[in-house]
Design a protein around this ligand. Structure first.
Ligand code: ADP
Ligand code: ADP
Length: 225
C-alpha cells in the first residue's frame, strides 16, 4: 500500500486562482520523489494538501492505506513548509526542536540526544538558545528542518528545503535527508531547481502552469525529455 495516495486533487484559492487541477499521485514507502515545475504551478499548494494542512476543493488523499484525516497520522507525517516562520513558534530554537518529541512523549534523554545530533548535523549549535526571529533566512530554514526531523516521522514532505541555505550547509541538509532515506524514511521534496532533483529524488513529478500533472517517472527519463 502506498504511504500517500492522492486522487483527482483540485484546489482553487478564495480569489478564484486555480492552483491544482486533477492531480493523481501515489507514493510508496521508502520512495524519494521530487515535485517540480515553474513558479506558480501549484507545487507548494500540492505539498500543503498532501500534508493535510489545506483541504482540497475536490478529490482526496489517503495515508498509509487508511481513509482517514491527516490529523490521525500527524506523528508519521513531517511537513517543512516553504516559509520557516510557519514552523518556529517558541522562544528559542532549542524549544522549537524539542516541541515535537515532547508532544509525542519522547523521554527527556532521548529528546536531548536528538537535539544534539540535529544541531551537530545542521550546524545549529551556536543558535539553540537564540529566539528564532533573530535567525537569518538560511538559519531559519535549517532550524525548521530540525523541528520536523526531531520527531522522526516516516514520511517527510519538504518545500524547498535548501532555499536560502548556503552551499556547505546545503550539503549538510542533503546528507541528513540521505541518511533518513537510507533508514527507510519516505521523502517528497518540492523544488524548482532542476540541479537539485537527482540529489533528493529517484522519481520526479512535473506540475504544469495550470496545476496539472505533466510528467511522472524516473528522474533520468523525465529530465532528459
Ligand atoms: P508554486 O509553489 O509552484 O510556485 P503555489 O502553489 O505557491 O505555486 O501557487 C499556485 C498558484 O496559486 C499561483 O498562481 C499563486 O499565485 C496562487 N496562490 C498561492 N497562494 C495564494 C493565495 N493565498 N491566494 C491566491 N492565490 C494564491
Ligand atoms: P547509515 O548507515 O545509513 O549512515 P546512520 O548510522 O548514519 O545510518 O543512521 C542511523 C539512524 O540514526 C538513522 O535513523 C538516522 O536518521 C539517524 N541519524 C544518524 N546520524 C544522524 C544525524 N547526524 N542526524 C540525525 N539523525 C541521524
Amino acid at each position: 500500500t502506498p504511504v500517500l495516495r492522492a486522487r483527482d486533487l483540485h484546489y482553487a484559492y478564495p480569489d478564484g486562482t486555480v492552483a491544482l487541477s486533477g492531480i493523481d499521485l501515489d507514493v510508496a514507502a521508502g520512495e524519494r520523489v521530487a515535485v517540480t515545475g515553474p513558479n506558480g504551478s501549484g507545487k507548494s499548494t500540492l505539498l500543503q494538501v498532501l500534508g493535510g494542512l489545506v483541504e482540497p476543493s475536490g478529490g482526496h488523499v489517503e495515508y498509509f492505506g487508511e481513509t482517514t484525516t491527516a490529523e490521525t497520522v500527524r506523528e508519521r507525517l513531517g511537513v517543512v513548509l516553504q516559509d520557516p516562520d510557519d514552523s518556529l513558534f517558541n522562544t528559542t530554537v532549542r524549544a522549537d526542536i524539542e516541541y515535537g518529541p515532547a508532544q509525542l512523549g519522547v523521554p527527556r534523554e532521548e529528546a536531548d540526544r536528538r537535539v544534539r545530533v540535529l544541531a551537530d548535523a545542521l550546524d545549529l549549535d551556536g543558535l539553540l538558545d537564540k529566539p528564532p526571529h533573530r535567525l537569518s533566512g538560511g538559519e531559519k530554514k535549517r532550524a525548521a528542518l530540525a523541528c520536523v526531523l526531531s520527531f522522526e516521522p516516516c514520511v517527510l514532505l519538504l518545500d524547498e528545503p535548501t532555499s536560502a541555505v548556503d552551499a556547505p550547509r546545503t550539503a549538510d541538509v542533503l546528507d541528513i535527508l540521505d541518511r533518513r532515506h537510507r533508514a527507510g524514511t519516505t521523502l517528497v521534496t518540492v523544488t524548482p531547481d532542476v540541479e537539485l532533483i537527482p540529489r533528493v529524488a529517484d522519481r520526479v513529478v512535473v506540475v504544469g502552469p495550470a496545476g496539472e500533472l505533466v510528467a511522472d517517472g524516473p528522474v533520468a527519463d523525465v529530465l532528459t525529455d
